[in-house]
Design a protein around this ligand. Structure first.
Ligand code: XBP
Ligand code: MG
Length: 252
């Protein structure tokens, strides 16, 4: 089938946001609420198996021996309050330019648009985070590049469930055979392949050693003029960067 759309994950795929972004923002929110919780780099890596920030906080409270009687408010009130503070903090960090796009992301968007491909976002993270990230990296008109931005609580089940990709395909009115997904994690790959999407993986800081056997192509980045792409799994076409012809070759 002819390639018609590219669907992107956000965290770890468009930018390296987890260790020095989301993690730091969670810790700042805990401090603001007078909590002594601190998610160090290792702990946060373990917690990342729970997708979604609100779900991650709940999992932490329920499985890390936290004394619930010491909480400043009920858990059901505390979680959304903490998460709002965390989102505000993350958005400020992004606006300060602390979360640049990974190598080749902007070039890939440009190539896609030149070829009249549709662009979409399918992510677990909160819409405000994406809006800020795209604005900081592509300017205030950056969001116009995307036909669909699907985020966070818009679907009932977050990744690794396929819901978010199924939703995007439905909105685009396209068949999975006409699209490619881009992910950085095993959970994301499960979600995209669950929606029958061929998925290119670019691993991120926390996902380097995860299982990507379901992906036909794993790259260190999308590559650009300055950084030639390295193929970690799949056919090496000898190209400097991921281009339309290479992506098309992955579709049957
Ligand atoms: C990444 C996530 C998110 C972020 C935090 O998902 O699991 O939960 O860590 O975002 P993806 P929120 O790679 O699919 O973007 O706190 O806004 O939930
Ligand atoms: Mg991701």
């Amino acid at each position: 089938m002819k390639l018609a759309a590219l669907i992107f994950d956000v965290d770890g795929t468009l930018a390296e946001t987890e260790r020095d972004g989301h993690r730091v923002a969670f810790n700042e929110a805990f401090k603001q609420k007078g909590l002594s919780w601190q998610w160090d780099v290792k702990t946060y890596g373990d917690l990342l198996k729970i997708t979604g920030g609100k779900e991650r906080i709940r999992h932490y409270v329920e499985t890390y021996n936290i004394d619930k009687s010491s909480l400043p408010e009920s858990l059901d009130t505390l979680i959304p309050n903490l998460h709002k503070a965390k989102t505000d903090c993350f958005v400020s960090m992004v606006a300060e330019g602390k979360m640049p796009f990974k190598t080749g992301v902007t070039r890939l968007f440009e190539l896609a648009k030149k070829d009249q491909l549709k662009l979409a976002i399918a992510t677990t993270t909160t819409l405000d985070n994406i809006t800020a990230l795209i604005k900081a990296n592509l300017g205030s008109s950056g969001l116009n590049l995307f036909d669909i931005v699907a985020a966070g609580d818009i679907v009932a089940n977050k990744k690794p469930a396929a819901d978010i990709y199924d939703y995007v395909l439905q909105q685009l009115d396209l068949h999975p055979d006409e699209c490619l997904a881009f992910e950085d994690s095993h959970n994301g790959l499960l979600s995209a392949t669950g929606a029958k999407l061929t998925t290119i993986v670019t691993p991120s800081f926390y996902t380097q050693s995860e299982d990507f056997s379901m992906s036909p192509l794993v790259l260190d980045s999308f590559g650009d003029e300055k950084h030639k792409v390295t193929v970690l799994k799949g056919e090496d076409k000898g190209k400097d960067y991921l281009d339309i012809e290479w992506m098309q070759s992955l579709l049957s």
